[in-house]
Ligand binder design. Structure first.
Ligand SMILES: CC(C)(COP(=O)(O)OP(=O)(O)OC[C@H]1O[C@@H](n2cnc3c(N)ncnc32)[C@H](O)[C@@H]1OP(=O)(O)O)[C@@H](O)C(=O)NCCC(=O)NCCS
Length: 123
């Protein structure tokens, strides 16, 4: 988790379920739990990259509400493009006491923002 362009953002770097255990909902459970922790920690969004050819990952994250925010050309060393996937949290789902902003010196401070309409399956 960290500040990125004035947004406190969670990032999923790597997710693998070993073959004999796939298709049992393990990835869904792991990602859902991670997202909940990120949201409770004040993140406003979660991002990750997945190969455009990775149907399993794209279906998994699509079901969880991630959108395809950007196509990154030849993102991987094998020359394959990536989709940057993004999950945005409605402001009302974020505990206002956890919202952060960054000072000019790089330090983080909490801010209190008004709530907006919206809901999240992770709330
Ligand atoms: C992608 C991966 C993490 C999914 O793990 P998993 O535990 O099998 O996933 P789940 O059982 O939670 O699946 C949830 C949903 O994702 C989708 N999904 C998962 N694997 C899929 C596949 N191979 N093809 C199509 N859809 C798939 C389905 O919609 C599935 O729901 P359903 O079973 O009701 O149809 C696993 O296949 C894996 O480790 N792959 C190799 C590494 C990888 O690609 N990681 C992601 C990098 S971004």
């Amino acid at each position: 988790m960290g500040e990125h362009r004035h947004t406190f953002r969670g990032y999923i770097a790597m997710l693998v379920v070993i073959k004999p255990f796939r298709g049992k909902g393990i990835a869904t459970e792991l990602v859902t739990r991670s997202i909940r922790v990120m949201m409770e920690s004040g993140c406003e969004e979660v991002t990750l990259e997945a190969e455009v050819t990775n149907k399993g990952a794209l279906a998994l994250y699509g079901r969880l509400g991630f959108i395809r925010a950007k196509r990154l050309f030849r993102y991987y060393l094998n020359g394959v493009d990536a989709f940057r996937l993004k999950l945005l949290f409605p402001r009302s789902a974020i505990n206002p006491s956890l919202l952060m902003t960054t000072n000019e010196d790089g330090s983080h401070v909490h801010i209190n923002r008004g709530s907006q309409e919206g809901s999240s399956q992770f709330y």
